[in-house]
Structure formats: C-alpha cells, structure tokens
Design a protein around this ligand. Structure first.
Ligand SMILES: *[C@@H]1O[C@H](CO)[C@@H](O)[C@H](O)[C@H]1NC(C)=O
Ligand SMILES: *[C@@H]1O[C@H](CO)[C@@H](O)[C@H](O)[C@H]1NC(C)=O
Ligand SMILES: *[C@@H]1O[C@H](CO)[C@@H](O)[C@H](O)[C@H]1NC(C)=O
Length: 619
C-alpha cells in the first residue's frame, strides 16, 4: 500500500511542496522522521510481497539466533539473555502442550506484575499461537471477574504475588478456566506452573504452532477503558504490535541502548513500545517491578541506562525528589512517553540535563499515533502534509454541555479552527481497519461515530480533545466521556459508580474527574443522591471503595446532591459538575474528602481545601 502511495503521488506536487516547506524551520525534522516511517512501511510491505509474515515473535527468534548471549532483560540485578528468555518461554509452551488442551487461537489471560516471567509466559503462549490477554494487576473482585469474562479465556496464568487476588474470586470463575500459578505451592484449585516448568523441555517449539496466515490476526488483548463503560479488551493484531514495536526505533534508539521500563507491562506502552520495541532493536531493557522515584537515578547509573519510558506523573515525582549531587551525571539521552506538562518538562531538563523528551500519543486500539519528533515543549506531535497521507485524522467541534460531537442543522460534524480544541477522530475503512474489542459488538460500536461528514462514513472516536496550533503542533487538551486519567491509568466512571451504587443508602451516583492544581490528569469525584429517608454512612462508602476498586480509581471527593441533571437521553450531565470542581466556597452542597488515616470521608472544609490547593496534601 505504501509503495503505491509513493509511486502514485504526483512528483510535481511533491517537489512544489518541498520547496515551500523548505522555508519552514521544522522541515528537516519532519523529513527525516517521515523518511523513517516510510522506510518501516516499505520494509513491512516487502515482507508482505515476499509472502513472508514476520511477527514480533519471529523477530525475537531471529534475535536469539543472531546474538543468543546478548542480555535482553535485567531484573533485580539478574541478567536474562535473549537465549535464556527463549528457553524459558519454550518450557512454558511445552508445559501447556503436555498438560493442557490449549490449542492455537485459544485465549489465555495473564495476571502478573512486571517480572521476567511475564515475558516468559507471554512468549511461551505466543509460541503456541495463543492469544494472550493482559490483565491489569491492580484490579480485583468484580472488576477482575468482568475483565476475565469479557475475553473468554481457556486458562488463566497468575504471578506468585497475585495468587491471593485470584483466590478471592476463584469460586466465581467459570468452571472451564484452568488457573495456573507461578509458585511451587499453590492454593487448592490452582495448578502449579512453576513446578511443571522445572521438568519441562526447553527444545524449540515447532513453527507450525505459531505461524500466522495474516498480520491482521489477533495477537493480544490489552484492556483499555474507551470513552464508555467498563474496561474493554482491545484487540491487538500482529500488525499493530509490529507498529508499536517500531516506536523506539523511530525515535532513534539503537541496539546499544539500555532501556529502563518501570511502566506496567499490561499496558501497551510497557509491553509493545517497551519490550517489543527492545526486540525490534535487539537492545537490553532494565525491568522494574514498580517505579521508584528514590531509586530511579541510582538504577540509571548502575545499569548505564540510556533511554527511559515515562508518563507525566513519573517526571513530576522525579522533580519533587530532594536535590542531590551530580544529578546530571548519567547517560540517559532520551525519554519516550506521554502526558508531561510543559512546566514539569522545563524543570526536568533544567535539573537533569539535556535529555530528549519524546512525547507520544497513541490510542491502544486506534489506528492513530503522534510523536514529538521535533521536541517542541508541550506538544505531543506535529502533523504536516506528508504525515496526513499516512495517518488520517480529523479534529471536530465538540459540544461540552451535551457531551457529544457538535452537529449542524444538516446533522453533520465540522472541523475546528486552528487553536481550538476538537475531538480527535480517525476514519475507519478497509485500508485503515478498526479491530474492535473482544466480547460484544456493542462495545465496538460505542467507539464509532457514524455519518460524520457524509452519509455512510465511519470514524473511530478517540475520546481525546486536541488542539492544533498555527505551526501544526498538536497538544493534548482533555479527555471526554465516561473516563478520565489519573496516575497513568484510565478510570471508567461507570465502574466506580456501580461500586458505590451497591450501597443500600445510595440512589444515584455520577462519577467524574476534577482537575487538582499541580497534578496531571484528574482526581476522582462522585456526586451522590441518597435514597429517601436514608442517611449517609461515610465509613461504609470508604470501605466499599477501598475493597472493590484499585487505588487510582478511588473518588477523592464526594458531593451530596438533591437531584441530578440529565440529558434528553437520560445521560447524566457531567460538564457542569466538572467545571464546579470541589471548591467549598462555591458549592453549597455538602462536600467530603477521602481521609485514609480516619478510614472514612471527612467534611471538606475551607482549610482542607486551601491545603489541597497549596499542594500540602498528597494524593
Ligand atoms: C557501564 O559503563 C562503564 C563504562 O563504560 C562500565 O565500566 C560498566 O561496566 C558498565 N556497567 C554495566 C552494568 O554495564
Ligand atoms: C492504518 O492501517 C493501515 C492498514 O492496516 C495502514 O496502512 C495505515 O498506515 C494505518 N494508519 C495508521 C494511522 O496507523
Ligand atoms: C420518609 O419519612 C417521612 C416522615 O418520617 C414519611 O412521611 C415518608 O413517607 C417517608 N418516605 C419514604 C419514602 O419512606
């Protein structure tokens, strides 16, 4: 497809465009970056022409062939070479071949923290042609059950430290799911994978088990909360994984780089951009179970880290650490991630030296991505004439009051002007496929917009508002709909509302995110209506929340309302509530703030509010 694009393009137009663009400062940045993108596209196309389908797993196996002794993962000081990971993952594959009825195409859910076994199990199952569904290791009880049910796995593999989480829900799991634990002694009802690994063969797994017939075939499920409802399993095809794996390379990383990964592997940033990206380069990664601000720079020095992956929060935590001697004395040259705010970005560079920060925007499931290849502070990327040839997207006007795209009298959407925030959408058609979500078509349909600019057209709704400035830099503006981001995770508001709604004194709950000064993303807030003649039990609300939700999804603020506004279609209105935030001087409804010491919610007084605004209370 790319080749036909290139040859089909009128050479004259290209020339004129070059001349014109030469007058602009970002021309060469744009040019070299796009050349790389095009080269990658051509490579994929050449594989295709030769009838060779090369997947991320194939790339891994050829790395093993070429440099078996090259370190692949460094974890807690231990080195796992490419060959080590290959052998252990083959062992995993042989266990399932010999002790289960798993076959090519079956789905297996994986609940594991960041550790080498995550990669061992992932690749072991990939060698059998299984589809692996990454489960968020923070979620538990009903949310976890819901995620497991939506992807319909034949088996579930659980890390040693998460066996307790699974024990809680074991009785409620569908009976046909075999649960495997990565520990020698496992609770009743769970099979020990660890024990079987020790006697399993490390011989290569025959290629026929994992050979693919098309790059459009499903490789992974990665959970995301789209703009609506509960977390959904986004289908990641082989092709999408390959594209994700080219990210580090496109930013100029090489086989000599040492990449520091602290982001969770169950997200695409950790697994595809990070691990698969490392394979694409043949590089080494230093994997951390969890990000630690105090160990960050000492790890970077100890392992000669040259590249790290970030989310905005991570850079802010690093800036908040007490200053030390020799903070610029390290080898980190580049960082790839998203969500860093301009002020933190400047502060970070001032303090830790000249590190190239590469902002990246990509929806896991969307056929769309932006990269900051020019390094303009604050921007997530830049678009131009060439870029638009390969990546089609539109920014359309959005109605904040109604929480939906704005339509004119003829019911069409329209583009925003430069400088105005618009909803980012991307055209869905045969050449730009949307692979959808596992489970139900309804989930997929909810993410799509129909009849946008003309009858019959279909667009993918990213749920993100962006601004394009006069120089064509793109800036992230906000998230719309039923999700908000906090600490790098998407919070599905309906899920939080469902959990609170289970309490017998609650009539209705409306959950949304509110901006807190000094923080990226939005902190959770729940507006509640009580049942008639029932009283509010704040301790019960607290208990319900902490036992059912992951920490990032906790509503930090409560607001008790008499009635709630709804739209014509009975959707709860959020815009007004988000705007009003949590200022007790402006809001006459009772407000409460989550207090972890008291294990309850406490009235949000003016003093408390001031402390929050001054950053004296940590979230
Ligand atoms: C880091 O680089 C230095 C200097 O090249 C080298 O002596 C040291 O062994 C390296 N450390 C690691 C963990 O590779
Ligand atoms: C969308 O998918 C098509 C084919 O799968 C691909 O050629 C195109 O480059 C993709 N576009 C984006 C924005 O990823
Ligand atoms: C609530 O209490 C009042 C007074 O005690 C009573 O008249 C009313 O019927 C009650 N309403 C409900 C729904 O129970």
């Amino acid at each position: 497809m790319l080749l036909s694009w290139l040859t089909g393009l009128g050479a004259g137009i290209v020339f004129l465009h070059f001349v014109q663009k030469l007058l602009f400062p970002y021309f060469w940045d744009d040019f070299w970056f796009l050349l790389k993108v095009v080269r990658h596209g051509i490579r994929l196309e050449m594989y295709k022409q030769r009838g060779e389908l090369v997947t991320v797993l194939d790339k891994f196996l050829s790395r093993v062939q070429r440099r078996p002794q090259k370190p692949f993962i460094i974890y807690e000081g231990d080195i796992y070479t490419y060959q080590d990971v290959d052998k252990t993952s083959s062992r995993v594959a042989h266990v399932f071949l010999n002790h289960s009825s798993l076959k090519k195409g079956d789905t297996v859910a994986l609940l594991m923290s960041n550790e080498p076994d995550f990669v061992h199990v992932w690749f072991g199952l990939a060698k059998l042609g299984c589809v692996v569904a990454f489960l968020n290791s923070n979620i538990r009880s009903n949310s976890l059950l819901n995620c497991i049910r939506t992807c319909g796995p034949a088996a579930l593999v659980v890390g040693a430290d998460l066996l307790e989480t699974i024990e809680e829900i074991l009785p409620s799991l569908p009976k046909d799911i075999n649960v495997w634990g990565m520990k020698d002694s496992v609770p009743q009802g769970i099979i020990s994978l660890k024990e079987k690994l020790s006697t399993s063969s490390e011989e290569p797994v025959p290629r026929r088990h994992h050979v693919v017939s098309s790059l459009k075939s499903t490789w992974l499920y990665i959970f995301t909360s789209g703009t609506t409802g509960l977390p959904k399993a986004a289908v990641i095809s082989q092709l999408q994984a390959l594209r994700g794996s080219a990210g580090l390379w496109a930013f100029g990383c090489t086989a000599d780089d040492i990449i520091y990964i602290t982001l969770p592997l169950y997200h695409s940033s950790g697994s595809l951009l990070g691990i698969a990206g490392c394979i694409e380069l043949g590089a080494t990664c230093v994997l951390k179970k969890k990000f630690s601000a105090s160990q960050f720079w000492s790890d970077c020095k100890k392992y000669n880290v040259t590249v790290f992956q970030y989310i905005g929060e991570l850079c802010r935590y690093l800036c908040k650490q007490p200053k030390r001697e020799g903070e610029k004395d390290h080898r980190v040259r580049l960082a790839v991630g998203n969500g860093i705010r301009s002020d933190v970005w400047r502060q970070f560079l001032d303090r830790f030296g000249n590190i190239k920060m590469c902002e990246l925007y990509g929806a896991t499931e969307a056929n769309i991505s932006f990269m900051n290849h020019t390094g303009k502070i604050g921007a997530v990327g830049r678009t131009n004439f060439f870029y638009k040839l390969f990546f089609t997207f539109d920014l359309i006007k959005y109605n904040f009051q109604k929480d939906e795209p704005m339509r004119n009298k003829q019911n069409w959407c329209s583009h925003v002007k430069k400088g105005e925030p618009g909803l980012l959408i991307s055209r869905v058609h045969a050449k730009n496929p949307f692979f959808g979500y596992a489970g139900s078509y309804k989930h997929t349909k909810n993410k799509l917009l129909f009849d946008v600019f003309k009858k019959g057209d279909i667009y993918f709704n990213t749920g993100d508002l962006m601004v394009q400035d006069q120089e064509n830099f793109l800036y992230f503006w906000d998230r719309i709909g039923d999700t908000f981001r906090w600490k790098g995770e998407n919070v599905a508001t309906t899920e939080v509302a469902d959990v609170i709604g289970m309490l017998d004194f609650i009539q209705e709950t409306n959950v949304y995110g509110v901006a807190v000064s000094g923080y990226e993303g939005k902190a959770g807030m729940a507006s509640i209506i009580l049942k008639p003649n029932k009283s509010l039990d704040l301790e019960k609300v607290y208990e319900q929340i902490v036992t059912s939700l992951p920490v990032y999804a906790y509503p930090r603020f409560l607001r008790i309302q008499e009635k709630m506004e709804t739209t014509g279609t009975f959707k709860l209105l959020k815009y007004q509530l988000v705007e009003e935030g949590f200022n007790p001087l402006k809001i006459s409804d009772p407000l409460y703030f989550m207090d972890n010491l008291k294990k309850s919610y406490v009235p949000l007084t003016k003093e408390l509010y001031d402390q929050i605004m001054l950053g004296e209370i940590k979230f």
